[in-house]
Design a protein around this ligand. Structure first.
Ligand SMILES: NC(=O)C1=CN([C@@H]2O[C@H](COP(=O)(O)OP(=O)(O)OC[C@H]3O[C@@H](n4cnc5c(N)ncnc54)[C@H](O)[C@@H]3O)[C@@H](O)[C@H]2O)[C@@H](O)CC1
Ligand SMILES: [K+]
Length: 525
């Protein structure tokens, strides 16, 4: 994802519904008829259905727009392959326009009004009501039909997006959306396929080619300068190895432990486990040296720190500052187990003034909450101090403390991007659909995190992984993306029973799999 590489046509690029509309228009302008795109779309969905379910009775529910147009194509292909097809239309046939009207004419069977309930004998429901661009809640008979679909037992194939989900945000408009078993979408996924709750309502997502040439991806957003180097500014991706593999700091034979960076983790005086996990993760992910800095008085708490981590005590602020002075200490992580106190505010500001890579997590974020106490600093004091490479890794609660006006409304993707713009830092907003955004608008959505990661200390490990990668010179945005992906992958590989200590321990096995020598460039799931 560096600025010198062009990721516009990455298969992991996500297109907003508006960008997808521009892709359709550009494809049509380049000579492919809209009716052909719709034919390809419908045929591909029918193919996906037939490769998963045996012929039976299908109810194809068509909406008034082009999503419904796809439904007419699907109905024709299923019927031609021996399915018994009932086609129901929400709206009037005469009101169909353009490509949808043309394909409706090719349908030889009956068209009935959309029923309020799905008949019991239906083996499969095809949801061709609305696509990813839906902008208002489902209502009336459509809403009742969708409730019946969700209450029923027949499997559901959604066309483009389960109807009711906003493809830009993954939110169910008005709280109601189709729950699908399979969603077949066209050309590229949309954010709504990977953000929650959209991702869960999609079931399996299949992306199919409908003949839109990849070159249209260059004109949808972003800009390229005369030298052809592309600003990936506003592009959004689903996280994948291919986005950051080239910048991954694999150790080289000429390397020296100092070339592999030096991560400093500043620990607190009460919760010693958190900073220990952070430091262990930094070391495991390849930081050449890792130092855990704690106050002299709390050294006994850290007695069981692994031997590979340098444990050092500081007496007072001056001592701590002098421990941080060496510029070879290339990344500093603060927050896990630090304790929310005045002292921490000043420490964070000092660390930021060093302009090293800084990863701020947990208490280092919460301590800037505006309402904490009248005398304390505020989020804007923090943002003003961020001048070097910095990653903030809030969970939803910490995010709300730092960005109260963004937290209340807005979808996860836009609020994380806005937070990155406001703070000047890379913001990684944690969750089952972690979003990582840069101040220039780049964003990546991580989709491989299993629910077992919701365990104490997992966030502390993530902080250490980011710091440890960035300490080795990996650009911070890529470091955050790589860490989020590896974090998820290690947890998946481990399976049930995961505790945070298993994450650093499980890294080597996953790193072996993605090492260049393994020949693996990326993975689609
Ligand atoms: N050439 C193209 O543009 C292609 C489009 N394709 C299909 O076209 C779809 C997009 O088509 P459209 O832009 O027509 O979008 P939709 O088919 O989702 O429908 C939009 C229409 O529904 C109305 N509407 C929106 N919300 C409503 C609500 N809550 N209740 C009632 N009516 C509502 C809108 O006023 C508009 O008339 C994609 O999802 C995809 O399935 C594919 O055929 C591929 C080619
Ligand atoms: K749909």
């Amino acid at each position: 994802m560096s600025h010198t590489q062009d990721f516009h046509d990455s298969e992991f690029r996500l297109l907003t519904p508006a960008e997808m509309g521009r892709a359709d228009t550009a494809a049509i302008a380049s000579g492919i008829a809209g009716t052909v795109l719709m034919e390809n779309a419908g045929a591909a969905v029918a193919q996906a259905i037939m490769s998963r379910w045996p012929p039976g009775r299908a109810l194809v529910a068509c909406g008034p727009g082009n999503n419904g147009g796809d439904g007419f194509v699907i109905a024709r292909h299923l019927a031609a392959s021996g399915w018994q097809v009932d086609l129901a239309l929400a709206g009037e046939r005469q009101a169909l326009r353009g490509d949808a009207a043309w394909h409706a004419q090719q349908w030889q069977g009956d068209v009935s009004p959309l029923p309020e309930t799905v008949p019991e004998s239906v083996d499969l429901v095809v949801d061709a009501l609305f696509g990813a661009g839906l902008a208002r809640p489902l209502e009336g008979v459509v809403a009742r039909f969708v409730e019946s679909v969700n209450a029923g037992t027949a499997p559901v194939c959604a066309v483009d997006m389960p109807s009711g989900i906003d493809g830009a945000t993954g939110q169910a408009l008005g709280g109601l959306a189709v729950r699908a078993d399979l969603t077949v979408t066209f050309f590229r996924k949309k954010p709504g396929h990977v953000l929650l709750p959209g991702r869960l309502l999609c079931g399996e997502v299949a992306v199919v080619d409908i003949g839109i040439p990849a070159h249209v991806l260059h004109g949808l957003s972003g800009a390229s300068d005369e030298a052809g180097s592309v600003d990936p500014g506003n592009l959004v991706f689903e996280n994948d190895i291919s986005l950051w593999h080239d910048g991954y700091p694999w150790p080289s034979m000429e390397g020296h432990k100092y070339h592999r960076g030096h991560t400093v983790v500043i620990g607190g005086a009460v919760m010693a486990g958190a900073a220990r996990l952070t430091a262990t993760a930094a070391a495991r992910i390849g930081s050449g040296l890792t130092t855990l800095l704690v106050s002299q008085g709390s050294l006994p708490l850290y007695a069981s720190t692994p031997a590979s981590i340098m444990l050092q005590g500081w007496q007072d602020d001056a001592g701590l500052h002098s421990q941080l002075r060496d510029p070879r200490k290339s990344a500093i992580a603060v927050g896990p187990g630090a304790g929310v106190q005045r002292w921490l505010e000043q420490l964070v500001l000092h660390v930021l003034s060093l302009r090293r890579v800084t990863v701020l997590d947990a208490d280092a974020l919460s301590v800037f909450e505006k309402t904490r106490s009248a005398a304390s600093l505020s989020p804007s004091d923090l943002f003003r101090a961020i001048e070097g490479p910095c990653v903030l890794t809030p969970h939803e609660g910490e995010f709300a403390r730092l960005f109260p006006s963004l937290a209340a409304n807005g979808d996860k993707l836009s609020k994380t991007r806005q937070a990155a713009r406001e703070s000047g830092a890379i913001v990684l907003l944690k969750g089952a659909d972690t979003v990582i955004a840069a101040p220039d608008g780049r964003a990546v959505i991580n989709t491989n995190a299993p629910p077992t990661l919701a365990t104490g200390g997992a966030g502390d490990v993530l902080t250490g992984m980011i710091a440890g990668l960035a300490a080795q010179g990996m650009p911070v945005f890529e470091a955050a993306c790589a860490a989020a992906w590896l974090h998820g992958e290690v947890a998946r590989a481990f399976g049930p029973g995961l505790i945070a200590d298993d994450l650093p321990a499980g890294l080597p096995a996953v790193l072996r799999l993605i090492h260049p020598a393994s020949g693996r460039q990326g993975m689609r799931r």
